[in-house]
Design a protein around this ligand. Structure first.
Ligand code: 5GP
Ligand code: ZN
Length: 112
């Protein structure tokens, strides 16, 4: 499959890893939109887009949010953070492998 994020997980494209476990991988975004910009993704290409999330993915999604909360503690993001998921064309999704943007490191602007 020609997926950038699958290639990152396979190590075919280098990335700056922040966290990894059996199911989730987190790494710094190549074009940061905030002082701290991390992408958190399922290791398996289970879903291309958040629009496909069903009840059967509940445990995975909950685990991703738990990982982000843990990262915030470990990275000292006491001021908070924002989670963004672009789902589909109107949101400007460019990589079709489910992913969560974690933005932090200062006062963030208003949301669009
Ligand atoms: P989307 O627009 O689909 O919500 O987000 C895709 C994100 O992936 C963008 O923020 C983009 O900067 C990031 N990205 C695309 N290619 C790469 C890459 O090769 N490495 C890293 N670290 N991030 C990437
Ligand atoms: Zn993929």
């Amino acid at each position: 499959m020609d997926c950038i994020f699958c290639k990152i997980i396979a190590g075919e494209i280098p990335s700056k890893k922040v966290y990894e476990d059996d199911t989730v991988y987190a790494f710094y975004d190549i074009a940061p939109q905030a002082p701290v910009h991390i992408l958190v993704i399922p290791k398996e290409h289970v879903l291309s887009c958040a629009r496909e999330i069903g009840a059967e993915h509940g445990a995975l999604i909950a685990h991703i949010y738990e990982v982000m909360a843990r990262l915030a503690r470990e990275l000292g993001l006491e001021g908070g953070y924002r989670v963004v998921t672009n789902a589909g064309e109107d949101a400007g999704q460019t990589v079709l492998h489910l992913h969560f943007h974690m933005l932090a490191g200062g006062q963030l602007g208003a949301m669009a």
